[in-house]
Design a protein around this ligand. Structure first.
Ligand code: F6R
Length: 608
């Protein structure tokens, strides 16, 4: 997720100031690098957040129009050279882009052969050269932009400017949001409405496959294939802060609701379903080494650690590789037995968690191949590991990790296919997992339809001071993650427990005031979990069961039931965690807590 902002006016406002101000409102969308361009003053780019850019932009950075960008890195390190705006060979066409151009490598090869010179590793730069190439033939900015858009595959929300027609800006949307702002003698393009709102409340939301052309006085929307779209501007009453959260009350809710999109983004370009294969570009350099390894140690902390536990089950069951999962804070002070056939795999959203980082360093010292599943491109763990897989989940602002967990599980499933197919996994099994991964976004969307019921349930149980979360096999780590979500944002006692472990102690806590959330999907251990629910009910403990759609049996025994769609057993956690995230969210919100910034916690734990 990056932030883009573009402006065209009659000259009564200074475009440089308008753009910098707008980037501040978009700051939450990316802080790896920032950049600005106006045809009158040229471009300025810098690594770091918008504050860095402000320091570099001179007071006299004039212009009537321009484009600006905040980057959350996906392709290429977060350096000045990879920062947007990107331009063509002549510095005439300028682009800011949020998304990923999947076929950028083939397009780049073609363009290099045609004589184009590239300066960055960014997929976006390819688009600037592609428009340039079409301009040679059509001599028309709009036609060239449309022809280029028809050639790219992937996701984009972009703004394009041509020095030869400085008043005119083109916007395009496919998978990444674009909002037009309709002002008096001025128009805007942005990733969300927050930078537009200080200027106008009239906006037009573009839909996928649409492009828009704006000038100070006009805005025109087309479908990519050419037909005209008539959509009257709507007045929005959101505050700038609400706009950043996509109209949601908190970032946490917005990030949970991004679940389906996050799965798509983590999978994008990485599955070859018909061959039952996963293509992981970040592992290409170590493919041969990976074929020889005989053990994986996953190191992580908190939520990422629970993702690792799910990964252990996936990798052992489907790829046949022995896996252990360790807390970074434990691993770094032990004397683990490691050799050159061991992988030490770090899972980290921030890529900066000190305990995970030190565990990776320890693995390296002992001769292991180190890998990362990391969300933040260019972070320390991403840089220090030998190879890895980026999540592409976009920045996570809420302190409680939600969408990153979902994405980590998807990345682990991809790794399972990748390593499994190098070993004994059959074509049929590879295809089955790939097919089911592709079906997940629609299933996540279905869970969101139950949002209202989950909110009600959170209200019903709002008086409880303790919660137990139980699950078995793939649902075991999810039970711990559900408990962690609840305790960290609502400050009540919640603990996870293996459903089979109840009778070894925790059952003693159960009474009518101590509710249990029981993860009971219809999988290979369903009957065992069902019998744990019976044991709890026999002690008058209230039970909220999480079951697979169509299971009527569980309704007879549990007090409340939440349903998730059916999927493969190994992928169930990707669905089952979402109702638990929503439950924790509503439970804490009902208490009036600041769910995005829970007390005593920080987003990135860079201390011991
Ligand atoms: C819980 C949470 C933390 C993090 C942990 C690791 O909601 O966010 O438990 O998962 O601090 O952080 P990363 O993934 O950045 O290494």
């Amino acid at each position: 997720m990056c932030g883009i902002f573009a402006y065209t006016g009659k000259g009564t406002k200074d475009a440089g100031k308008v753009l910098l101000h707008g980037l501040t409102a978009l700051e939450y969308r990316g802080y790896d690098s920032a950049g600005i361009y106006t045809p009158e003053s040229g471009s300025i780019k810098t690594p770091g957040a918008v504050a860095e850019l402000k320091k570099k932009v001179p007071k006299k950075f004039n212009g009537k129009s321009g484009i600006a960008h905040l980057r959350w890195a996906t392709h290429g390190e977060p350096t000045k050279i990879n920062a947007h705006p990107h331009s063509d060979c002549q510095g005439e066409l300028w682009i800011v882009h949020n998304g990923i151009i999947e076929n950028f490598k083939e397009l780049k090869e073609k363009l290099v052969k045609a004589g184009h010179t590239f300066v960055s590793e960014s997929d976006t730069e390819v688009f600037a050269h592609l428009v340039e190439e079409h301009m040679k033939k059509t001599k028309d900015f709009e036609k060239a932009a449309i022809a280029a858009l028809k050639e790219i595959r992937g996701t984009y929300g972009m703004a394009i400017q041509y020095k030869g027609e400085p008043e005119k800006l083109i916007a395009a949307r496919m998978g990444s949001p674009i909002v037009l702002g309709v002002g008096k003698h001025e128009h805007f393009i942005a990733s969300d409405a927050s930078p537009i709102l200080p200027h106008t409340k009239k906006v037009v939301f573009l839909e996928d496959g649409e492009i828009a052309v704006i000038t100070p006085e006009t805005h025109t929307v087309y479908k990519l294939e050419g037909s005209r779209v008539t959509r009257a501007p709507e007045e929005i009453e959101w505050s700038a802060e609400e706009a950043q959260k996509g109209g949601h009350e908190h970032f946490m809710l917005k990030e949970i609701m991004e679940g389906a999109e996050v799965i798509e983004n983590t999978l994008r370009g990485r599955l070859i379903p018909e061959k039952g294969l996963a293509k992981l570009g970040g592992l290409e350099g170590v493919t041969k080494k990976l074929a020889k390894i005989d053990r994986i140690i996953i190191v992580a902390c908190g939520t990422a650690y629970y993702a690792g536990l799910v990964g252990e089950y996936m990798l052992e069951e489907h790829a046949g590789i022995p896996v252990e999962v360790e807390l970074g804070s434990e691993f770094r002070y032990r004397k683990p037995v490691i050799n050159e056939k061991t992988i030490v795999l770090a899972i980290s959203q921030s890529g900066e968690t000190l305990d995970t980082l030190e565990a990776i360093r320890e693995g390296k010292r002992r001769g292991a191949l180190t890998l990362g599943i990391v969300n933040t491109v260019g972070s320390t763990i991403a840089r220090e590991t030998d190879a890895g897989v980026y999540n592409h989940a976009g920045p996570e602002i809420g302190v409680a990790s939600t969408k990153a967990f979902v994405s980590q599980l998807v990345a682990l499933a991809l790794l399972t296919i990748f390593l499994g197919r190098q070993r004994g996994m059959s074509l049929v099994e590879g295809k089955k997992i790939a097919k089911e991964l592709k079906a997940l976004p629609a299933k996540v969307q279905k869970i969101f339809e139950e949002k209202g019921a989950i909110e009600k349930l959170a209200r019903k149980y709002s008086g409880a001071r303790d919660f137990l979360f139980i699950g078995r096999k793939y649902s075991y780590p999810v039970a711990f993650e559900g408990a962690l979500k609840l305790k960290e944002i609502s400050y009540i006692h919640a603990e996870g427990c293996g459903a089979g472990e109840m009778k070894h102690g925790p059952l003693a806590m159960i009474d009518e005031k101590f509710p249990t959330v029981a993860l009971a999907p219809s999988d290979s251990v369903y009957e065992k979990v069902f019998s744990a629910i019976q044991q709890i009910k026999a002690r008058r403990g209230p039970v909220i069961a999480l079951a697979t759609e169509g299971n009527r049996e569980v309704e007879k025994i549990a007090d409340d039931v939440l349903y998730i769609p059916e999927t493969l057993e190994m992928l169930t956690p990707i669905l089952s965690v979402i109702p638990l995230q929503l439950f924790a969210y509503y439970f804490a919100r009902n208490k009036g807590y600041n769910v995005d910034r829970p007390r005593n916690l920080a987003k990135s734990v860079t201390v011991e």
